[in-house]
Design a protein around this ligand. Structure first.
Ligand code: ZN
Length: 181
């Protein structure tokens, strides 16, 4: 077990585009393990490496009882969209409706460097899009309409964890109704 502290909104690493993974080595396998343990411990439905302070293009998910991971993802999005509540482990306790593609085909690699294709719809598609955004320094509140984004920013500024380098009170469980990614 190697649960890492989850970086919160306001931490600059969440705004920095992550780098492509080049070395599929032991460190990478440990990163995937840390991401998985931290995600399951939160508990959350997904977690991207920048959220635990590592600027590499890797994320994990836990959706419909299945744990997975993807390295250097490239997404093909469906034209069909879904709209529904979404949360983020880096923005504890808050969920907002966010529009996403309904389904996604993700091309990437596993931790051993083998090419993989992951197809998903609904919640898995939402998780994969949310985590890929993290790798580009994008947070889901960026994707809300202007009014909803303003409301979200106000809620974030008013939350008790906002502005803390690290929560003095452990923000756990992350109350995002199983929608924390
Ligand atoms: Zn997130």
């Amino acid at each position: 077990m190697a649960i890492q502290p989850i970086r919160l909104f306001g931490d600059p690493i969440l705004r920095k585009p992550a780098l492509e993974v080049v070395d599929f080595d032991k460190e990478l396998r440990r990163l995937v393990e840390d991401l998985t343990d931290t995600m399951l411990g939160a508990p959350g439905a997904g977690l991207a490496a920048p959220q635990i302070g590592v600027g590499l293009r890797v994320f994990t998910w836990y959706v419909d009882g299945e744990v997975g991971h993807l390295v250097n993802p490239r997404l093909d999005l469906s034209e069909e969209v879904q709209d529904g509540p979404e949360g983020c482990l880096s923005i504890p306790d808050l969920t907002f409706d966010c529009r996403r593609a309904f389904s996604v085909v993700a091309h990437g690699f596993d931790m051993h460097g083998e090419p993989v294709v992951v197809s998903g719809s609904d919640l898995l598609a939402r998780a994969i899009q949310h985590e890929t955004d993290h790798l580009d320094g994008v947070l889901f509140v960026d994707r809300l309409d202007t009014d909803a984004r303003k409301a979200a920013m106000r809620a974030i500024r008013e939350s008790e964890w906002f502005g803390l380098e690290r929560p003095t009170v452990k923000v756990s469980p992350h109350a995002t109704g199983g929608l924390g990614f």
